[in-house]
Structure formats: structure tokens, C-alpha cells
Design a protein around this ligand. Structure first.
Ligand SMILES: [Zn+2]
Length: 352
């Protein structure tokens, strides 16, 4: 069963001149409607509560919560150049965190349960004390923390497939081993947030539990999947999480105005096939998805449909996705990165 989580508050937060906008959700909603996904007995919708302001202190500083709250009271306030409140941002933020929390509650309830919080603002760049990169509060991190602390889940793996490094997730769980954070992202030398190098592996209790796979620019699907198969799958398999989170960004699409990975629409189908199979193998198919980036408006709806198709038994996006993937041929640079990563992670994980 796939549950989409949505709420009208998610459309109210807007930032001037920035493509992280309500239009993204409108495109996704239209794709769901036009495809008739909700007619499937395997798909449903759910509506979340907002979390309370004080709940956020579980992962964020009071100062950050106050900054976003007061920014919203004033109206338009730039917390950073690209993270700007309007009068609804605080409300939408509390509801977006609530959406991820509900997704987590649904996913852990029974086997083969997947819940996707179609919430904005997105969250994966928000650290304990800083809003940045269109993200105010870290929706997915809140939900993962909630599962470990309240629902007593012992191991969660968060796989970040957004074009950009999930630095907020890494920041919040950097010294913890109960939440394994893994991110594939465009080379941090050139791409926001300019972190996520192979050597950023976590510290203290969390040493070895932050896995960064920086990828060459315009890498394409085939090489992306090589990195996925060689690093993400074996590490998650060995870790044996009780649930898998996916920070789901579509900004790796070729031509995305904020992304650089050169992926195709079909690439997202194959990535989610991999993740779905992995989840079935290690955690009874339990998956929590949160919406992160994705700004190429003319392909966002298709990439979204491709990504959810492996999760809906009676919906097929493409029969021949694997044989129609993009490839950059940038194998040399990728091989060097993966060999380097294998050495760095050797004390912690078995990677061939
Ligand atoms: Zn992104």
C-alpha cells in the first residue's frame, strides 16, 4: 500500500523568484489525478496534523524555531538568500514536519507499507540550528528521530537521492549509529551545499554511519546506478534497518535548473525499483519518502510517476526502463571515487 500525504498548507509557503514553489506540488497532484492512481486499491491519501512548536526542539534549536516563527509573523524575511519566509511558512513548516511524522507512523505499521509525504517546504538541508537551501525544518529527520525515540525503532537508513547532499540529515545524526545516513549527490566542489565529501563519515558513536557518494557532473543513469549498486545496497544490507527513508529529490534530471546529474525520467523508476527491492529484502518493504528538490517543471510529473511506479503493483510506468537509461561514459572518474570510498569505509562496511 502506498499512501500519499498532502495538505493545503503546503501550497501556501512561497518565496520570491525561487523555483521551489507551490507549482511543484500542483504538477505532482495533476500527474496523480491524470493517471488515475487514486483509483488503485493500492493507493490512498492521508492528511496530517501539524506538529507543535515545542515538538521541533527534539531536533532544532529554539533559536531556529523562533527565527522562522518571527520571520513568518513579519511576512517576507530572508533567513538566507534562498530561504525566505512568507506569512504562512511557519504554519506550512509545522505541517510538513507533521506530514513526515505521519508517513513514518504509517510505514512502520505493517509490511509493504510505503508512505510519501508530498510536503513543502522541503527539509533535508535544514540542520539543527540553521535553515538553508529552501529548507526551514528537517521533516524527514524529525520523523526518523521520532521513530527511534518514541516508537523504539533501533535502526533506520536514510537514502538521499536528491541532486544535493543531505547535509541536514548528516548534521543531525552525525554522532549516532541508530540512523544511517547515505547520500548520492553532485560533486560538492561545484554543487550546493559544498559538503558531502567521501571523508565525511560521521564521528564518535556515528563514525562510519554517514556515507557520502559524490558523483561527477552529468553522470547519467547508468553510472549513477553503478554507484548505487556498489555502495548503497551492500551497506544498507549489512546495516539491516527496520525501515528505509528516502529523501526524494528529482533535481538530478538532465536540464534541471538547480541540478547537475544528467539523469533521465526512467532513471527514477529504476532507482526506486532498487530501493523497493532492498526494502523488501531487509525491512519488510517499509519505506518513508519525503519530497525534497525537483525544479524541471516539464518533466517533474513524469519523474514523479516513474519513481512511484515500482511501489504500486497495478501501475506500470515503463516496461523497458533498464534498457533506455542515459549514460555519460564518465566511468574513470566514478571508479576513482568508488575505490577511494571503498578504502575509507573498509573499517565499517563490506564493499566489493
Ligand atoms: Zn536538491
Amino acid at each position: 500500500m502506498l499512501t500519499f500525504i498532502e495538505h493545503e498548507d503546503y501550497y501556501k509557503h512561497k518565496m520570491p523568484q525561487i523555483l521551489e514553489s507551490p507549482r511543484r506540488l500542483k504538477i505532482i497532484k495533476k500527474a496523480i489525478k491524470e493517471t488515475g492512481l487514486l483509483d488503485s486499491p493500492n493507493v490512498k491519501m492521508a492528511s496530517p496534523e501539524a506538529v507543535k512548536e515545542k515538538d521541533l526542539y527534539a531536533i532544532h534549536t529554539e533559536q531556529l524555531v523562533d527565527t522562522v516563527k518571527h520571520g513568518s509573523m513579519v511576512g517576507v524575511t530572508a533567513i538566507t538568500g534562498d530561504t525566505i519566509t512568507n506569512e504562512f511558512t511557519f504554519l506550512a513548516g509545522l505541517r510538513a514536519v507533521g506530514g513526515a511524522k505521519l508517513a513514518a507512523e504509517i510505514a512502520i505499521k505493517q509490511p509493504n507499507s510505503v508512505a510519501y509525504a508530498l510536503a513543502r517546504p522541503p527539509g533535508h538541508h535544514a540542520t539543527r540550528s540553521n535553515a538553508m537551501g529552501f529548507c526551514f525544518f528537517n521533516n524527514g529527520a524529525f520523523a526518523a528521530n521520532y521513530l527511534t525515540k518514541v516508537q523504539k525503532i533501533k535502526r533506520i537508513a536514510i537514502i538521499d537521492i536528491d541532486n544535493h547532499y543531505g547535509n541536514g540529515m548528516a548534521d543531525l545524526f552525525y554522532d549516532r549509529s541508530d540512523v544511517l545516513t547515505l547520500s548520492l549527490h553532485a560533486d560538492p566542489k561545484f554543487s550546493f551545499p559544498f559538503q558531502g565529501r567521501t571523508t565525511e563519515i560521521g564521528e564518535r558513536e556515528g563514525e562510519g554511519f554517514n556515507v557520502c557518494v559524490p558523483l561527477p557532473m552529468e553522470i547519467g543513469d547508468t553510472e549513477y546506478l553503478t554507484a548505487f549498486d556498489r555502495v548503497i545496497i551492500p551497506v544498507v544490507r549489512e546495516y539491516k534497518p527496520e525501515v528505509i527513508f528516502v529523501s526524494t529529490g528529482y533535481d538530478g534530471l538532465l536540464g534541471d535548473p538547480y541540478g547537475y546529474l544528467g539523469q533521465s525520467v526512467l532513471g527514477f523508476q529504476v532507482i526506486m525499483e532498487r530501493i523497493s527491492n532492498l526494502a523488501k529484502e531487509v525491512c519488510e518493504g517499509k519505506i518513508v519518502m519525503t519530497l525534497e528538490g525537483g525544479y524541471k517543471f516539464n518533466e517533474l510529473g513524469q519523474a514523479f510517476l516513474a519513481s512511484v511506479s515500482p511501489l504500486i503493483p497495478d501501475y506500470e510506468f515503463s516496461k523497458e526502463a533498464e534498457s533506455n537509461l542515459s549514460s555519460s561514459g564518465s566511468k574513470g572518474q566514478l571508479k576513482n571515487t568508488l575505490d577511494e570510498l571503498k578504502n575509507i569505509l573498509k573499517p565499517y562496511w563490506r564493499i566489493d
